[in-house]
Design a protein around this ligand. Structure first.
Ligand SMILES: [Fe+2]
Ligand SMILES: [Fe+2]
Length: 204
């Protein structure tokens, strides 16, 4: 499957225009810094979810989360290496209004909480997938194109794992409904984001 077909197959409710990628690639240092924080957050989130198995115990849960955390830490190391090679430095703090808005979709304090947390994690992976595929296609440097392509595959794997787990721990019909609503909400939230050299920036 080529990248364009792979993007088409993602169940997103909105599509990023191809012009978004060359625009954000025009400021590669800012894009890599933003990206580094995305990977850091993904690693933290997997470590945080690691002890949130529902009920008494879910076999495979800890292994899944530590595996994802390890992947994300490896991505973070790769992004940081590419950033430093290009003369950039990591900043200490970073804002992510997109992820913060998605996190507000999580129902707090009931059995829906873990389902929602898994679905929000799946959403972020899913949109990242689309954006990495567009970046792979638009990157003039072979090193960067290969890097984004590899991330596309890895994050697509994570998206599938989180979604599968949500179905496993929740009531399938209810999870289906919730996932559809989450996909619609994500498209709405993304459309409100400001443009800029960020992985989850607005396309406008
Ligand atoms: Fe990652
Ligand atoms: Fe990921």
């Amino acid at each position: 499957m080529n990248l364009r077909d792979a993007i088409e197959a993602l169940p997103l409710r909105s599509r990023t225009p191809v012009e978004w990628a060359p625009r954000v690639l025009a400021d590669p240092i800012a894009l890599l810094i933003d990206h580094a924080f995305l990977e850091k957050k993904a690693a933290n989130n997997a470590m945080e979810l690691m002890t949130r198995w529902p009920d008494d115990w879910t076999p495979g849960w800890v292994e899944t989360m530590t595996g994802i955390a390890r992947d994300e830490a490896a991505h973070l190391a790769q992004v940081t290496r590419l950033l430093i090679k290009r003369g950039g430095r990591l900043t200490r703090v970073h804002k992510n209004p997109y992820a913060n808005a998605l996190r507000l979709l999580v129902r707090k304090g009931g059995p829906g909480e873990i389902v929602d947390r898994l679905l929000v994690a799946a959403l972020i992976e899913l949109r990242s997938c689309e954006r990495f595929a567009l970046l792979a296609d638009a990157s003039p440097e072979a090193e960067m194109a290969g890097f984004y392509r590899a991330l596309f595959s890895s994050e697509r794997g994570h998206y599938r794992v989180f979604l599968k787990l949500a179905y496993k721990v929740g009531v399938p019909d209810a999870v289906e409904e919730r996932w559809k609503w989450m996909l619609e909400s994500e498209a709405r939230i993304l459309a409100k984001q400001a443009p800029g050299a960020r992985i989850h920036s607005g396309a406008g």
